[in-house]
Design a protein around this ligand. Structure first.
Ligand code: PEP
Ligand code: MG
Length: 901
């Protein structure tokens, strides 16, 4: 059986629909879907994503049947529009565009006006009655094809035009006549011949196959590979190629082209948001060459622009477009991003897809659409990417801060960012890697800048509109962006920005506000974000829908308060050692470590006790009524030791120890492999007085907080790095003894539990034994990943990127749980633990607790809660709700399938 490699779309032959996205790509499947809805789509055909796979699997050769199938599909297009490809009198012209399964903005290449040559241009001239239009189209085609397909640098083409304009006193491109464009076409062809040593292809078929191959070829260019890596898109998906009959937005003043979103993609506001240009062709709008005008009068007034909107300038076609907007929204039940062209007052739809939006807009659209009855609450929850909530939770500029505003551009992607000025993507990456915040400043961005944009805190451009590359990509990435700040003269070569009479150089600090478009010199104070009403509404739905609890990892009062404000339902990990680093305490901690015997150690611990007690009391108070898991001291002691000579001398002096004694003790405490050394519960086993002091501080602090708040405090005491049940038994007994002592001294008691972290493979493997001595397990997946993979968590960054690149691990296992390895240990520990202790509480407190994919895994395993850093709490709440919904849906599908079977 021969495979079907090509699918037609359009009103006369429509073989696809939106369900075929994987095969036809996003663009192709939606063109077919729109045609199926009766919307005006120029006819064409899609070469499937499977061809891309076959092409690369087969040494960049096409499947045998492809050529014949393309011929047949092309014949159908010819019949549909009543024109012929390559015909000198009545030529069919084509656009060739890529279209992967998910949209990859700007990643792949487009060729328009394909099929023009010295003969067909005459046909176009006759048909349109406009020689200038015909020759302008021809030169655009040679330029685009020469650049995208043949690889001649586009600057070289621009130089030809510039020279022509200079020699012929033309100020604008619009001053160039038909004859002028004819001359330019000749020059372009000479340029191609000179650069490549071969002529520009005249044969339309050769042009078509060249463009198809260029699209497939561009799937593997480095910028596409980078984009896929950042967005976790598998290379195996491939792209489709869409070949479509051309329509022209540049045939005069009854023609236009535009891009639009059915709602505002920055704010989510429900109005028709978009830009158009009269007498222009496709890419002019996105390229930022001319300043596009607003689609609606409302949008125009909002932006304070006096150029007429499409609604005012072309009311009849606008009404048609507005109707399409309603049809698409009610059909797709989601905000759409559309492209259209008007040719001689007739509307054509060239694309629709789910619109990329900011987190703010995603929330508003989701909540509004539930209220409008378009979608259910469950769908709304699934619509918002939990990770994107990050965008809403970061600081914005303090409105009262003093600002040195030097100019204003377009508010292209919200949020405020501050950092050092850099001019290249490479510099952005290098500085960001060194831990600096940077603002990437460019005239305009292109797909080559993806990695730098990702590394930057913010992006600033001097050219381009709200739908320019910089704006679209920054919004998708959640980077703040000010685009089209035309007052800035960005001179990347000399690493200099001029604005008025001021100069900004590489390394200077800039602040940009992507919500207002302001560009400021220097650092501007920021404030915590005010969360919108929609945020609360969606989070409320998430809380109703999720099964797992969400706690936070926090120890300072500020973090605990932030966590509670973000909806944390307790603390899942208080790392007590973090409380030891304050300057006032470090001296006592060091004295404790340097102690020569238990007596000396107890003296130092006695100094720490009141500090710890008040820390715990404060924490319990903030978390009043909620559980708080306090982990006893965990890290290797050397982390607290002085390293610099000045520090060592100062410590020796204030502790009254001789320099030699300090040096000797430092030598004794040195460990070759501290991560696997004297840390965790090993400290508690060897120096029980440390844990005894901490347990006392917890119980005394809890009782204090209970009196102060009047609400029950629920301390959960957690023993770290247990590998054998005996460790837990010994330490549990000691903790319980301290509890009895404190309760007897205070004449009162409280409820508490004692549990352990599961962060060593042996703990997971012997979980049935350990569960006998534990009230809870908290999976410490940072260490469990380190010890299961045998990869130092402090050193893996040096080689993990290569591992991820080569697909050894799909993602960094320290960020997203290695479900196949570490995950299996978690499952095993859960089953074994619950088999002996039915009520065993289970949670996770490694970094993975705030990673949506890992949260999904935790839901599947059946953990009781996840715990993550405060800012990730909303992310985890939403991810947990999504995981509950997906699990329930897949169980329902499973039950249905079983019933059918
Ligand atoms: C862990 O190991 O996962 C954990 C939470 O503990 P820490 O990161 O403090 O070692
Ligand atoms: Mg740990």
């Amino acid at each position: 059986m021969t495979s079907k490699w090509v699918y037609s779309f359009g009103k006369d032959n429509n073989e696809g629909d939106a369900t075929m996205r994987n095969l036809l790509g996003g663009k192709g499947s939606n063109l077919a879907e729109m045609a199926g809805l009766g919307l005006p789509v120029p006819p064409g055909f899609t070469i499937t994503t499977e061809v891309c796979g076959a092409y690369y699997d087969n040494g960049q050769n096409y499947p045998q049947e492809l050529s014949a199938q393309v011929e047949e599909a092309l014949a159908r297009v010819e019949a549909s529009v009543d024109a012929r490809f390559g015909d000198a009198d009545n030529p069919l012209l084509l656009s060739v565009r890529s279209g992967a399964r998910v949209s990859m903005p700007g990643m792949m290449d487009t060729v328009l006006n394909l099929g023009l040559n010295d003969d067909t241009v005459k046909g176009l001239e006759a048909q349109s009655g406009d020689a200038r239009f015909a020759w302008d189209s021809y030169r655009r085609f040679v330029q685009m094809y020469g650049d995208v397909v043949l690889g001649v640098d586009h600057h070289e083409f621009e130089d030809v035009i510039d020279t022509y304009k200079r020699d012929n006193n033309c100020a604008q491109d619009t001053d160039i006549t038909a004859e002028g464009w004819k001359f330019v076409v000749g020059e372009y062809k000479a340029l191609v011949q000179q650069t490549l040593g071969k002529p520009f292809p005249n044969d339309p078929k050769e042009q078509l196959w060249g463009a198809i191959s260029a699209v497939f070829g561009s799937w593997m260019v480095p910028r596409a590979i980078t984009y896929r890596k950042i967005n976790e898109i598998p290379g195996s998906w491939g792209t489709a190629v869409n070949v479509q009959a051309m329509v022209f937005g540049n045939m005069g003043d009854s023609c236009a082209t535009g891009v639009a979103f059915t709602r505002d993609p920055s704010t989510g506001e429900n109005y028709f948001y978009g830009e158009y240009l009269i007498n222009a062709q496709g890419e002019d709008v996105v390229a930022g060459i001319r300043t596009p005008q607003s689609l609606t009068q409302y949008g125009r007034e909002r932006e304070g622009c006096d150029m007429p909107s499409m609604e005012e300038a072309m009311p009849a076609v606008f009404a048609q477009l507005d109707d399409v907007r309603s049809k698409l929204e009610s059909h797709y039940r989601d905000m759409q991003d559309i492209e259209f062209t008007v040719q001689n007052d007739k509307l054509f739809m060239l694309q629709t897809r789910a619109g990329k939006r900011t987190a703010k807009a995603a929330l508003k659209c989701a909540v509004d659409m539930v209220e409008e009855g378009l979608i259910s609450q469950e769908e709304a929850l699934l619509r918002v990417d939990p990770q994107s909530l990050d965008q809403l939770l970061h600081p914005t500029l303090d409105p009262n801060a003093v600002k040195d505003v030097v100019t204003r551009g377009l508010p292209a992607s919200p949020g405020a960012g501050c950092g050092q000025v850099v001019f290249t993507s490479e510099a952005a990456e290098v500085k960001a890697h060194a831990g600096e915040s940077v603002i990437l400043c460019r005239q305009e961005t292109s797909p080559e800048d993806i990695a730098g944009m990702h590394a930057a805190t913010g992006i600033l451009t001097s050219r381009g509109g709200m739908t320019s590359h910089a704006a679209v990509v920054a919004r998708g990435m959640g980077r703040c962006c000010v685009a089209g700040a035309g007052d800035l003269h960005i001179d990347a070569k000399n690493k200099l920005i001029r604005v008025g009479d001021r100069e900004i150089r590489e390394g200077d600090i800039l602040t940009i506000d992507g919500s207002t478009g302001e560009v400021m010199v220097g650092l501007v104070d920021t404030i915590q974000p005010e969360l919108s009403g929609e945020f609360g509404v969606l989070m409320g739905w998430a809380d109703e829908r999720r099964r797992m609890k969400v706690r936070a990892n926090a120890e300072t009062p500020l973090d605990a308060k932030t966590a509670r404000d973000f909806g944390a339902e307790g603390i899942g990990l208080c790392r007590t050692e973090h409380m030891f680093f304050e300057p006032a305490r470090i001296q006592s901690v060091r004295e404790m470590i340097f102690a020569n015997d238990e007596g000396e150690r107890r003296v130092a611990l006695d100094k720490l006790l009141p500090e710890q007690r008040s820390d715990f009391a404060g924490l319990f108070e903030i978390m009043s009524g909620l559980p708080v898991t306090v982990r006893l001291l965990d890290p290797p002691l050397h982390e607290f030791l002085p390293h610099e000579q000045a520090d060592i001398d100062q410590f020796a002096q204030s502790a009254g120890i001789s320099g030699e004694d300090v040096a000797r003790r430092l030598g004794e405490l040195h460990e070759s492999n501290p991560m696997l050394g004297h840390r965790g519960c090993r400290l508690g086993i060897t120096y029980p007085e440390i844990y005894e002091m901490q347990a006392r501080a917890i119980f005394e602090g809890a009782l204090e907080a209970t009196v102060r708040t009047g609400a029950a405090v629920q301390p959960e005491i957690m023993i770290p790095l247990v590998g054998a049940v005996k460790e837990l038994e010994i330490l549990r007994t000691k903790v319980e003894a301290i509890a009895e002592q404190v309760f007897a001294e205070k004449g009162t008691t409280l409820e508490y539990t004692v549990g352990t972290m599961i962060e060593l493979p042996r703990a997971a493997l012997t979980a049935d034994e350990i569960a006998g001595a534990a009230d809870f397990f908290s999976f410490g997946t940072n260490d469990l990943t380190q010890t299961t993979l045998g990869m130092s968590r402090d050193d893996a960054a040096n080689f993990l990127p290569v591992y991820v690149d080569q697909g050894v691990y799909e993602r960094d296992p320290f960020s997203s749980l290695d479900t196949n390895g570490v995950g299996r240990l978690i499952e095993l520990a859960k089953v074994a633990g619950r088999s002996v202790n039915e009520g065993l509480k289970l949670g996770i407190c490694g970094e993975h607790g705030g990673d949506p994919a890992s949260v999904t895994f935790c839901e599947h395993v059946g953990l009781d809660y996840v715990s993550c850093s405060p800012y990730r709490v909303p992310i985890a709440r939403l991810a947990a709700a999504q995981a509950s919904i997906s699990l329930e849906r897949s169980e329902a599908r499973g039950a249905k399938a079983k019933k059918v079977a």
